[in-house]
Design a protein around this ligand. Structure first.
Ligand code: CP
Ligand code: NVA
Length: 319
C-alpha cells in the first residue's frame, strides 16, 4: 500500500449528496486520509481536527452503523454529534424542510440526514448554510460506498481495473452509489438483477458515460453467472430496502436465483472479496457460508464507516 500522507486539501463540493459530487482524485484523497486517521486511532494518537464543532444528525429511518460511526467519529475528532430523531423534532409535525435547515445551520457546523426522498435532501441542502451529508436516501448511500472503497483498497491495494459484481436489487441506494464510484475510480462493475429491478436508467447512463471517460466498463445483466465471471469483489444488499418491507414476499420469489452462495461464487476470481453494507438477511440475498466465510470482509467494511466518514467530515467541515 506504501506510505500515506495526511492531506490539507478540501473538497470542491460543499455537500455530499451523492458519490457523483466527488471527483476520482478526491475519492483517493479521502481513502488516504482515512488510512492515516485509522492508524492514528489504532496507535492512540489524538487528531482533533474538528475541535468545538458539532454535527447534527437527522434520522427518518433506523440505523446502527451510520449513527454510531458518525457519533464516535465526531468525538474522536474533538467535536460533538447530536442525534435528532426527525419525529421528535418539529419536522415531524410539519415544520418546513427549508426552515428546519436554516435554523439548524445557525447552531451546528454540519448536518447529516438519513431520509426517504432524495429531493427532500436536496431541498435541505439548498437551504442549509453548512455542509450537508447524505446518510442514506432511497436512491443513494454515498457514505457506505466510501467505506466500501476504503475496504477494497486495503485488501486489493488499488481500485482501478478491478471488477466489482453486484448481485441483487439493482434499483437501490447501494447499487447506484457503487455505480457512481466505479465510474469515477476506473473500476469495472457488473450488476445482476431480475427484470424490473435494474438500476435507475438515468443514474446508470450517467455513470456509464463517466465510466467511459475513466476506463471503467459498467454493465447490467439478468444472469448472475454471466455477471460474476472473474469478479474481484462480490457485493450484495437486502432484497427489500427500508420502506419496501411490504414487497418482501414478492421480492423473495423474484430474487430467488440472485442469491450470493457457493454455487455462484465459484465463477468469481479465487481470491474474491465479499462485501455487504449490513444489515444482512442470511438465507435470502446471501448464505451464512459466504457472509461468515473466508472471503468476507463485512466487519472491516462496517468498521471502515468510521474511518472513511472521519476523512469526509474533516475535509467538508474543517474548511
Ligand atoms: N450500512 C448501514 O448504513 O447501516 P445502518 O443502517 O445500521 O446505519
Ligand atoms: N439498501 C438498504 C441499505 C441499508 C443500509 C436500505 O436502504 O435499507
Amino acid at each position: 500500500m506504501g506510505s500515506v500522507k495526511q492531506s490539507n486539501t478540501s473538497l470542491q463540493t460543499d455537500h455530499l449528496l451523492t458519490v457523483a459530487d466527488l471527483t476520482g482524485d478526491e475519492i483517493m484523497v479521502l481513502i488516504k486520509e482515512a488510512l492515516v486517521m485509522k492508524k492514528q486511532v489504532k496507535e492512540g494518537t489524538p487528531h482533533p481536527y474538528l475541535q468545538g464543532k458539532t454535527l447534527g444528525m437527522i434520522f427518518e429511518k433506523s440505523s446502527t452503523r451510520t449513527r454510531v460511526s458518525f457519533e464516535v467519529g465526531m468525538m474522536q475528532l474533538g467535536g460533538h454529534a447530536l442525534f435528532l430523531n426527525a419525529n421528535d423534532t418539529q419536522l415531524g409535525r410539519g415544520e418546513t424542510v427549508s426552515d428546519t435547515a436554516q435554523v439548524l445551520s445557525r447552531y451546528v457546523d454540519g448536518l447529516m440526514i438519513r431520509t426517504f426522498s432524495h429531493e427532500m435532501l436536496e431541498e435541505f441542502a439548498d437551504a442549509s448554510s453548512v455542509p450537508v451529508i447524505n446518510g442514506l436516501t432511497d436512491p443513494h448511500h454515498p457514505t457506505q460506498v466510501l467505506a466500501d472503497l476504503l475496504t477494497i483498497y486495503e485488501y486489493k491495494g488499488k481500485l482501478r481495473g478491478l471488477k466489482l459484481c453486484y448481485v441483487g436489487d439493482g434499483n437501490n441506494n447501494m447499487t447506484h452509489s457503487l455505480l457512481q464510484a466505479a465510474a469515477l475510480t476506473g473500476m469495472h462493475m457488473a450488476v445482476a438483477s431480475p427484470e424490473g429491478y435494474a438500476p435507475h436508467d438515468m443514474i446508470f447512463q450517467q455513470a456509464k458515460d463517466k465510466g467511459e471517460e475513466n476506463g471503467a466498463k459498467l454493465a447490467v445483466h439478468d444472469n448472475p453467472i454471466e455477471a460474476i465471471q472473474d469478479a474481484d469483489i462480490v457485493v450484495t444488499d437486502v432484497w427489500a430496502s427500508m420502506g419496501e418491507e411490504n414487497e418482501l414476499a414478492e421480492r423473495k420469489l423474484r430474487f430467488e436465483s440472485f442469491q450470493v452462495n457457493k454455487e455462484l461464487t465459484q465463477f468469481a476470481k479465487s481470491d474474491y472479496l465479499f462485501l455487504h453494507c449490513l444489515p444482512a438477511h442470511q438465507g435470502e440475498e446471501v448464505t451464512a457460508e459466504i457472509i461468515d466465510g473466508e472471503h468476507s470482509a463485512v466487519f472491516d467494511e462496517a468498521e471502515n464507516r468510521l474511518h472513511a466518514q472521519k476523512a469526509l467530515i474533516k475535509l467538508l467541515m474543517g474548511k
